[in-house]
Design a protein around this ligand. Structure first.
Ligand code: HPA
Length: 279
């Protein structure tokens, strides 16, 4: 696939999916590292492995099932990505965000995006949930935008506004659902790094200083494309580990991130289902 998405690529992938199910998905859900179990609650009409979808990136990382589940959740027609592709896997920004474009082409108007993230805010604990209030597009500032290249006018404007990327109403609902369920919840700023190495203590001090509460390697490109396409977005970070600013004090491993997913998946499922019930 070329570096940039074209309408033909998006339409080809969308067409291949359209005849696999009869419903029209309204809500897209992206499940991050270790969070695939959330999709088990979906009453599935179709389960489609990513390799069966033209141009779709495959999820190569452990903890990402790599399939699309289309069905109903809390009465809403949903399209759930059980696992995602990341830039560090070698995909272009366009490839990483193709699924969001395909969702848009199929009529999805609301995107719920989840991730496993490292906690930067000292008040966070592993297992907590952070509702994303805003993000810092650090990789975008460095030039890695999924919107680089010819603008697809049919999908959105050349210069999309990002002043309220994460829908205020959805954030409020998500926090109240979490509180009512006794789930420890915060609201904060997510920052996206390219990865795949975790952060040095100096990185962590820098990220805190510039106002980030949680750090990860995803989500921001997808949200950028979703907002370009005019979708409403809810972002949820599961805090899987604490990012330490002290040398050698606390190492981070992918196993730790997946382990935290066992606590976080049911929590995120509760929040997502509660939000859908109130939509
Ligand atoms: N840093 C970056 N990405 C992550 C982390 C982290 O500590 N935890 C889960 N994803």
């Amino acid at each position: 696939m070329d570096e940039f998405l074209t309408e033909t690529i998006i339409d080809t992938a969308a067409e291949a999916l359209r005849h696999r199910f009869s419903l029209s998905p309204e809500v897209g859900i992206i499940l991050g590292s270790g969070l695939s179990p959330v999709a088990e609650a979906v009453k599935a009409e179709a389960i489609i492995p990513y390799p069966d979808i033209p141009y779709f990136p495959r999820a190569t990382v452990e903890g990402h099932a790599g399939q699309l589940i289309v069905g109903h959740l809390e009465g809403h027609p949903v399209m759930v990505m059980q696992g995602r592709a990341h830039y560090y896997e070698g995909y272009s920004m366009a490839q990483v965000t193709l699924p969001v474009r395909v969702m848009q082409a199929l009529g999805v108007r609301t995107l719920i995006v989840t991730n496993a993230a490292g906690g930067l805010n000292p008040s966070f604990r592993p297992g907590d949930v952070m509702v994303i209030r805003d993000h810092i597009n650090l990789i975008g500032m460095a030039g890695l935008s999924p919107l680089r290249g010819p603008n697809l006018d049919r999908f959105g404007p050349r210069f999309p506004d990002m002043s309220s990327a994460y829908d205020r109403t959805l954030r409020t609902i998500a926090r109240s659902v979490a509180q009512e369920a006794g789930i420890p919840v915060h609201e904060g700023v997510y920052i996206c790094l390219a990865g795949p190495s975790y952060e040095t203590p100096a990185d962590i001090r820098f990220l805190r200083l510039i106002g980030a509460d949680a750090v990860g390697m995803s989500t921001v490109p997808e949200v950028t494309v979703a907002r370009h396409g005019g979708m409403r977005v809810l972002g949820l970070s599961g805090i899987s580990n604490l990012a330490s600013a002290e040398e050698g004090e606390d190492t981070t491993t992918h196993e730790e991130v997946l382990e935290a997913g066992r606590i976080l998946a049911p929590r995120l499922e509760t929040i997502i289902r509660g939000v859908l019930r109130r939509l």
